[in-house]
Design a protein around this ligand. Structure first.
Ligand code: 1CP
Length: 379
């Protein structure tokens, strides 16, 4: 197969015109940069997951989730599943945030109905001191290859999102060894041995940054950072253990590739109290969970960043016509002019979501936001 660089490389001085022509749908990139769009673009966190019967069938056939994301061709196939069904405005590389700790030697497995488990969670000082930054083009080669394969297959249809967990969120999984309800080991470390926590975060921040930059080098056009566990922290602890390390990742990201700006998005689940400081990290956009009012968030960040969100993922359990009503409420909550809004869910799509409800959502967002302004109630 031809490599991404062969098809997409242009001399930098002739790039901007050609690069604009390269994407047939750039509404997502434009909205991230708060530029005018013909309608509000939409994509969904976890859009390529278990709610799709074709995903479940393929996973069954190959035997596991890990076999899917470790094989660039299969990863690409899965990333394209939702785009074959719905006119979504972005694709996301099919992988997982936990590939980084796996590459750091923690031994990742995904257990049916239990979620991720690490064989060697970080519980003693020696293991913590031995942590290293993996070479993203060696131990995570499959991820870089999944990005370039998917980018090539998209052929400019929509932009491709690369991603990482925030250093704090990755550290949570590495210390707890999997999903945690009470974050007992993490909180013990934060309060008893903050020095050890900072050491972990220091190494993981470098690992997350190099992994995300490797994805950008391989063709990712947007960089997303998931701080899915950030919201369990006190404000003081968030400022000490999460925000500075996310900021460091944002600061180190490749900002432009072959004449194209690379926007970054930070999603902090439960981060509603800290929007101003997250918007100050230098990211282009904030992902919002469903607890935060979009209009209020917009006023608070004062036009500094675009916003992405934030329908309650469980609203998708309702009948399609109700889903459409809820989508309109979210769009209206953003305010009269929808510039700078990317529609998304407030968290990942549930595995129990009927795909027809997702179809209704995408249709409703496009239809409602395409209407001429004068016919709308509040826009
Ligand atoms: O088939 C299976 O059983 C695997 C289920 C699955 C899938 C489809 C997991 C296990 N991860 C993924 C893919 C994934 N994970 C993607 C790409 C697909 C897409 O978005 O379309 C992305 C972006 C992630 C990111 C991810 N993984 C996050 C951050 C975002 C979030 O949801 O908060 C987190 C916290 C994880 C950890 C993870 N991976 C998988 C599980 C079950 C978990 C634990 C957390 C959870 O249950 O959501």
């Amino acid at each position: 197969m031809k490599k991404d660089g062969d098809i997409f490389r242009f001399a930098s001085n002739e790039f901007s015109e050609k690069s604009a022509a390269r994407l047939s749908n750039d509404s997502f990139l434009r909205a991230l940069f708060k530029e005018e769009t013909a309608y509000t673009p939409i994509w969904l966190m976890r859009q390529a997951g278990r709610y799709l019967p074709e995903y479940r069938a393929l996973r069954e056939r190959v035997g596991s989730f890990a076999r899917l994301y470790k094989d660039p061709e299969l990863s690409c196939e899965v990333a394209l599943f939702p785009l074959a069904r719905f006119p979504l405005d972005a694709a996301i590389v099919f992988s997982d945030i936990l590939t980084i700790p796996d590459a750091m030697g923690l031994g990742l497995s995904f257990i049916e109905n239990e979620g991720p488990k690490f064989e060697y969670p970080l519980r003693d000082e020696r293991a913590i001191r031995e942590l290293f930054v993996p070479d993203p083009f060696d131990r995570l080669r499959y991820l870089a290859d999944a990005v370039s394969t998917t980018r090539h297959a998209l052929a400019g249809r929509v932009p491709l999102i690369g991603f990482t967990g925030s250093p704090y969120t990755l550290a949570c999984y590495m210390i707890e060894g999997g999903i945690s309800k009470d974050y007992r080991f993490v909180k013990t470390m934060i309060y008893d041995r903050p020095d050890l926590m900072h050491h972990i975060l220091d190494v993981v921040a470098d690992a997350a940054l190099s992994c995300l930059n490797a994805q950008i080098e391989s063709g990712a056009q947007v960089a997303m950072i998931f701080d899915s566990c950030g919201g369990v922290l006190s404000t003081a602890a968030f400022r000490e253990f999460s925000l500075p390390y996310t900021r460091r990742v944002v600061a180190g990201l490749i900002k432009e590739k072959e004449g194209e700006r690379i926007p970054s998005i930070i999603f902090t689940k439960g981060g509603g109290a800290w929007l101003e400081s997250i918007a100050d990290t230098g990211c282009a956009s904030l992902g919002l969970d469903w607890m935060t009012d979009l209009g209020e968030a917009r006023r608070r960040v004062g036009g500094k960043v675009s916003l992405q969100g934030n329908l309650d993922p469980q609203a998708l359990f309702a009948a399609p016509d109700r889903v459409a009503v809820e989508a309109v409420k979210v769009i209206d909550s953003y305010g009269p002019d929808a510039t700078g809004l990317v529609f998304n869910l407030g968290h990942g799509v549930s595995q129990f979501t009927p795909p027809e409800h997702v179809a209704a959502l995408v249709e409703a967002v496009h239809r409602y936001t395409r209407k001429p302004k004068s016919t709308k109630k509040t826009r």
